[in-house]
Structures are given as C-alpha cells and as structure tokens.
Design a binder for this molecule. Structure first.
Ligand SMILES: Cc1ncc(COP(=O)(O)O)c(C=O)c1O
Length: 468
C-alpha cells in the first residue's frame, strides 16, 4: 500500500470508527453471530492478487461489525470494561504507523523515554512513592509471570538460573481461592508444580483469610517447604474483593516471601485518593500490576508492572547479546531486560495520548461517575425484597441474585443462569454469570466510557423485565 492509498483508506477507516462509536448504542450488545459464520464466509485459500482497500472497508461494515460483541457499548456490563478511549486509539495508530520497535534505547529513543515518563506519570497518579519503577507489559498475566520468576530467583538466590527447576522444588506460592486464573498459569510457567500452589480460604467479603494463609505457611514450613511468594488481590475478578495488603505484607515480611499485588482492574481506581485505603500497605509489596487497558481507557494492550527493586528484575530477565549492545547501555533503561519479549511495541504512545487529551481530572471524574452509578444500582437492589447482593460493592462491580418466592431453592442456579442468558440473548445489555461461594450469581460491571446513569437505570428495568 502506498502512502497515498493509506491516506485515502485511512481517512475512510477513521470515519467508519467514528460512526461506529456514535451509533454503537443502537446495536445488540452481544454478538448475534453463530459459531463458524465468519469462518465459512472467509475464503478457504489466500487471495492470489491484491484488491482495493475500499472492498475491505465494505466487508468490515457488512460482515465484521455485525458479528462483534460491542465492548464499547454503553450497556456492556460484562467481564470488566476494556475501555478504548478514542484518544488512545489515535496513539495506537501513531505507534503502529511509525513502525517503531524497541530492542534497546537506540532502536527507538522515544519509545524508551516515553515509557519511562508515562510509567512515572501513572505512578504519581496512583499516589505510589518514588521507590517504584514501572515497565509496560502486554497483560497482567505476563506481569504476574515476571513477578513469580523474580520471586523464585530471590528465594533461591538465583539458584534456578544456575541449576534449572531442580532448585525450586520446595518453593510454595500462596494466593486466595478467588485469585485470577493467571496466577495459577504464571506459577506453572515459572516452574512451580500444582502441589506447590495454595489457594487460601476467604472471609465473608471474599478477601483472603489471613489466618488460613498463616496456617498453610506454617504447615509448609513444618514439612520442609519454603514459602516463596504471596499474590494478593486488589479487586478480584468475581467480586472485586480487596485483600488486606497490609496484613499480607506482614506475613510476607515474617516469612521472607515476595509480595505481588494483582490490581489488574482495581488498580486504576487508585487515581482517586479516596480509594487508596483499599490497597493500604501496597508500599510494602515487591511488585504491583495494574491494567490501564481495563477501566482507565487505554486501548488493549497496556499493563504496567511496578517493582521496587528494578536491579533484581533486570538480573532475572536480562540477556545481553553483542548485537544488541550500544553506547547508551547503562545510561537509559533497556526494557527488553524488564520482561519476557525482546521486541517491544510503543505502547507508551497510547498512554500519552490518553493522559494528554483527557487529563487526570477527566479520568477521575469518569471513574467517580461509574462508582456513583454502581451505588445507585446497589440502592435499588437493597430496597427490593427479591433482589440480593452477594458481595460488598467495593467499586463498580455488583454481584446479584434474584430470589423470588416463586422459584424453589434447588432451581435457583438454573433460574439465575436463565435470566442472565435471556438478557444477553436479547442484546439489550450484557452481563456475566459466575459462580461465587458455590452458587450461580450475575456480575454487573459498570464502567464503559459511554455508560451514563440512564443506561444503568435502563439496565435495572431490563433486569426486572427478564425475571419472573
Ligand atoms: C484480577 C485480575 N487479574 C488478572 C487478570 C488478567 O488480565 P490480563 O488479561 O491482562 O492478563 C484479570 C482479567 O480480567 C483480572 O481481573
């Protein structure tokens, strides 16, 4: 494609995206597509000759957009939001359009220096002290894997790097039974066996039970195992439960464990000073992850991993082949030594666009709006005899059940899944069914950029219309 062809089709694509965002509210939220629809539509074999990009744009309009689940729809209340603020979309385009690749400082000085500065801007917005050093990873899953690799090396005094997995056989990783599946995956990838993972019990508010955690640590030590890492959660996926990070830090200190805080979703809430009590003690952690690609609004992917001891991280992660060495080594960070991949995208450009175009005030106002909308829905549910919350509403996620007298207790799980599916199939809104404390519940996650109070009011009507 020539630059002139790019200019022509690019303008048309931007128009299409702007129209899509303007009109997305009119579309059914969940995809109406059947499995295989697009696979059958796409030709079996690759094209032999090129076509005009205008044809592709037509096909996006006729085939792709109708098949999408609309994450930016104001009535999308499923999972957690994956907000793609249009400012960051332009940042993404800029990052791709200039075709930058980070291997070392020299390969793209702007990539490195924007990343340094953007991680520090976000650190300041979160109210974290200057002891933290950030790096952008693709996802929280990768960040947690890096954390556990660092924990393993700290616990073995770099024994795994020297001797392979044999040195980590006795090490144990602890998290709550409500911890994200990425913790288990990260632990397995980092060489911990399933027998070396502990899922601790939780309290009534679904935060980790510190007594159970201590019991398990003591038991492991009695059996000649070595506690290695504790993963605490600021905002679990099912209920946004908040682990007591200060209490976890006490245990981590007492038993010489790495403390990693998974704030993938709720970490963004810490741009609000009034929410920072939810991760009190975070300064005592060894590493923290949050995903600006969730609530904050940076288009996927953008996860920031903060560490206190960046030299330890570099020691675990660095490789230094001759062909990547430059005169600037030692003067500027080589972010390839702060994570797993060698090549890096210019993700900081997306953050820069979001922060420059929106400003901290607007981001804070939006998150406060979402929290107030969640409070409003919480009040409606509290005031209704048949609707119940099964977890505290820490931020913007509500976990609800509808329990009318007409539905016998043994049928409640089927009933819950049925009304949730009825709403999702209707396209009016999208919610997530989930199991909490062995019962099916429905998660309502408020926080899409386009979601105003009227959409939450409409959701409340929809919930009542789809239940008996
Ligand atoms: C608490 C928590 N941790 C980790 C993750 C994984 O995030 P990612 O997709 O960035 O790996 C999620 C995803 O929703 C999450 O909710």
């Amino acid at each position: 494609m020539t630059p002139d062809e790019f200019r022509k089709s690019g303008h048309a694509l931007i128009d299409m995206i702007a129209d899509y965002r303007t009109n997305v509210e009119k579309m059914p939220v969940r995809s109406q597509s059947e499995v295989g629809d697009l696979l059958n539509w796409l030709p079996d074999t690759p094209p032999a000759s090129g076509e005009d990009a205008g044809v592709l744009l037509d096909e996006i309009a006729s085939q792709v957009i109708p098949a999408m689940t609309h994450w930016q729809h104001p009535s999308f209340f499923a999972y957690f939001p994956a907000n793609a603020d249009l400012s960051s979309v332009l940042g993404d385009l800029a990052s791709s359009g200039f075709g930058q690749l980070g291997l070392n400082w020299q390969s793209s000085p702007p990539l490195t220096e924007f990343e340094q500065r953007m991680c520090d801007w976000i650190r300041q917005l979160l109210g974290l002290s200057g002891q933290w050093h950030g790096v952008i990873q693709d996802t929280a899953s990768t960040s947690t894997l890096v954390a556990l690799l660092c924990a393993r090396e700290k616990a073995t005094d770099f024994g795994q790097i020297r001797n392979g997995l044999s040195d980590s056989a006795e090490l144990v990783v602890y998290s709550s039974s409500q911890g994200h599946s990425s913790i288990t995956k990260a632990a397995l990838l980092a060489g911990f066996g399933k027998n070396q993972l502990r899922a601790c019990a939780v309290n009534a508010d679904h935060s980790v039970d510190l007594d159970d955690l201590r019991r398990q640590i003591v038991d492991d030590i009695a059996n000649n195992r070595k506690p290695c890492a504790i993963v605490g959660c600021t905002g679990t996926t099912a209920t946004t439960a908040m682990d007591n990070i200060d209490g976890l830090a006490d245990l981590a200190q007492e038993y010489d464990c790495w403390l990693h805080v998974d704030g993938a979703m709720a970490g963004s809430a810490m741009i609000l000073p009034e929410m920072r009590h939810l991760w009190r003690g975070v300064e005592r952690a060894d590493s923290v992850v949050l995903n600006p690609h969730k609530w904050l609004g940076v288009v996927f992917d953008c996860s920031i991993y903060y560490v206190r001891d960046e030299q330890h991280l570099i020691r675990v992660m660095s490789t230094n082949p001759s062909y990547l060495q430059t005169a600037a080594d030692g003067e500027a960070p080589n972010y390839r030594d702060w994570g797993i991949p060698l090549g890096r995208r210019f993700r900081a450009m997306k953050l820069w666009w979001l922060l420059r175009c929106e400003g901290a005030d607007q981001l804070q106002n939006r998150l406060r709006r979402d929290i107030e909308n969640a409070r409003w829905l919480e009040q409606q549910i509290d005031a209704h005899p048949d609707w119940h919350l099964v977890a505290p509403v820490a931020l913007q996620t509500l976990c609800v059940v509808h329990r009318p007298s007409s539905v016998p207790e043994p049928e409640l799980d089927d009933y819950t899944q049925a009304w949730c599916e009825s709403i999702n199939a209707s396209g009016e809104a999208m919610l997530t069914p989930a199991v909490v404390a062995d019962r099916w519940i429905v998660r309502i996650s408020i926080g899409v950029i386009a979601t105003e109070r009227r959409h939450v009011e409409q959701l409340w009507q929809t919930m009542q219309a789809h239940t008996s």
